[in-house]
Design a protein around this ligand. Structure first.
Ligand SMILES: Nc1nc2c(c(=O)[nH]1)N[C@H]1C(S)=C(S)[C@@H](COP(=O)(O)OP(=O)(O)OC[C@H]3O[C@@H](n4cnc5c(N)ncnc54)[C@H](O)[C@@H]3O)O[C@H]1N2
Ligand code: MOO
Length: 404
């Protein structure tokens, strides 16, 4: 009998085999770089800001002149000019002198603080400050935000709006990112038809090509569909061989279990330089999953049942993509209270699909359905992992739900 691997053994295998996967890189404009992963450390070649600047509208002064100021005895300054934002002031600030300055303005030499407009009174070329102003008050110092020479974005860091902002601040128009992984998708089965064909007899529409394609676009992957292949060894062999040449990961759905027309394992095994890493996993759904390494690329034989197929993508293919891209745990999780009991009996680690109901607390309602029913996933907010050492979950138990 086949020895099934546990899901954590499979994670370890994926890490051992694919952590050093050679990624391609490309250069993209920063406006298009959101959600991309940075391909090398980015070092700032400038200080940000590159001059001491005012963070408020007010008056550039020497703060020492205000230390004894209060409502009865304000500090009094002569107004000597105005700093135009975007220009370097041509004057210096001496003791008891001040210049009008606006938010973002270049702090004139000699000054070391800005008195905020609201705390001052201006009258006849003089102005009055009624409370002490601290050194550097209302000033962003040169390099205070970003120091020249420091690493602002690390290799493998995902670029979100703040990171794009940092790149813009240091004057970088483009950024080098990892190219998305190329994923080839093949559906197999004599009964599977495309949407151009008429639904008749025991035929079924192809679901897996579309769920896998959609799931790839939710991850760091560009998918290509290779269509539907009949349950025929040579036909599948030819398509898989083409797909492995053109992609980093190949996903074959259907034909992964024990039936006489299930060709996936035979085809993968016969490819040049093929190493079968996993043939069966002790989980439900998704037991008949195959994973192989071929020419340093990954091939998955995914179970044909649409729920199992998409779930295995979410659980293992996504994991592989995250490993290759050195991403930390990217699953989004919430804690919820189980609404009813749920028994498990397979002796494997089971994944229970749940619908979350948000009231005073978050309630997880288990969904019942077979692996073939795609609408089960349509109604699911996420899933719970129940290890095979347990017999189930009880109503009221707090469970961790991984969001779909
Ligand atoms: N004797 C055994 N039979 C089965 C086992 C087993 O261990 N021993 N495992 C069962 C489990 S678990 C699953 S899951 C399925 C997986 O089977 P295959 O990967 O070989 O898939 P098929 O037999 O080709 O298809 C299963 C089911 O899914 C439908 N399907 C397939 N592809 C698509 C598609 N692209 N779009 C929509 N639906 C698809 C197909 O018509 C079948 O109904 O095997 C169990 N059997
Ligand atoms: O992959 Mo199967 O869904 O356990 O029936």
């Amino acid at each position: 009998m086949k020895v099934l691997k546990t899901y954590f053994e499979v994670f370890d295998i994926l890490r051992n085999e694919f952590l050093d996967f050679k990624l391609r890189t490309e250069i993209v404009p920063i406006k298009d770089a959101v959600n991309r992963i940075c391909a090398k450390d980015v070092v700032s070649s400038i200080d940000v800001p590159h001059f001491d600047k005012s963070t408020v509208d007010g008056y550039a002064i020497r703060c020492e002149n205000t230390f004894t100021a209060n409502d009865e005895n304000p500090a009094i300054f002569d107004l000597i000019g105005e700093v135009k934002t975007g220009e370097i002031p041509a004057f210096e600030i001496e003791s008891n002198r001040a210049a009008r300055i606006f938010t973002g303005g270049w702090l004139p030499d000699g000054s070391n603080a800005v008195a905020m407009l609201e705390n001052t009174v201006e009258e006849d070329g003089k102005f009055f400050v009624f409370r002490p102003v601290k050194p550097n008050e209302n000033i962003l110092k040169k390099g205070e935000d970003i120091k020249k020479g420091c690493v602002v974005i690390k290799k493998y860091q995902r670029l979100k709006a703040p990171q794009i902002g940092v790149l813009a601040a240091i004057g970088q128009k483009d950024v080098e990112v990892f190219s998305k992984l190329k994923v080839g998708i093949i559906s197999t089965g004599d009964e599977i038809i495309s949407h151009d064909q008429k639904l008749e007899g025991a035929k079924v529409y192809d679901i897996n090509s579309y769920t896998l394609y959609a799931a790839c676009s939710e991850e760091y992957a560009d998918a290509k569909l290779y269509g539907i292949v009949k349950d025929d060894y040579s036909a599948l062999y030819n398509v898989v061989q083409k797909a492995i040449l053109e992609n980093d990961i190949v996903l074959i759905s259907g034909g992964s279990s024990a039936g006489m027309y299930d060709n996936t394992l035979k085809v993968i095994s016969s490819l040049e330089d093929a190493k079968i890493l996993v043939d069966g996993i002790s989980i439900k759904p998704g037991k008949p999953t195959i994973i192989a390494k071929v020419q340093n690329k990954a091939i998955f034989g995914l179970p044909g049942h649409p729920v199992s197929c998409l779930f295995i993508f979410k659980f293992f293919v996504k994991k592989l993509i995250d490993i290759i891209l050195h991403q930390e745990e990217t699953d989004r999780k919430v804690l919820a209270k189980m609404k009813t009991n749920f028994a498990i009996s397979s002796g494997r680690t089971e994944f229970v699909f749940v619908k979350l109901v948000y009231s005073d607390e978050i309630i997880a309602e288990p969904l019942y359905g077979k692996s073939g029913s795609i609408n089960l996933l349509n109604n699911a907010s996420g899933y719970i992992r129940v290890d095979n050492t347990k017999t189930g979950i009880k109503a009221g138990d707090v469970v961790e739900v991984i969001l779909l």
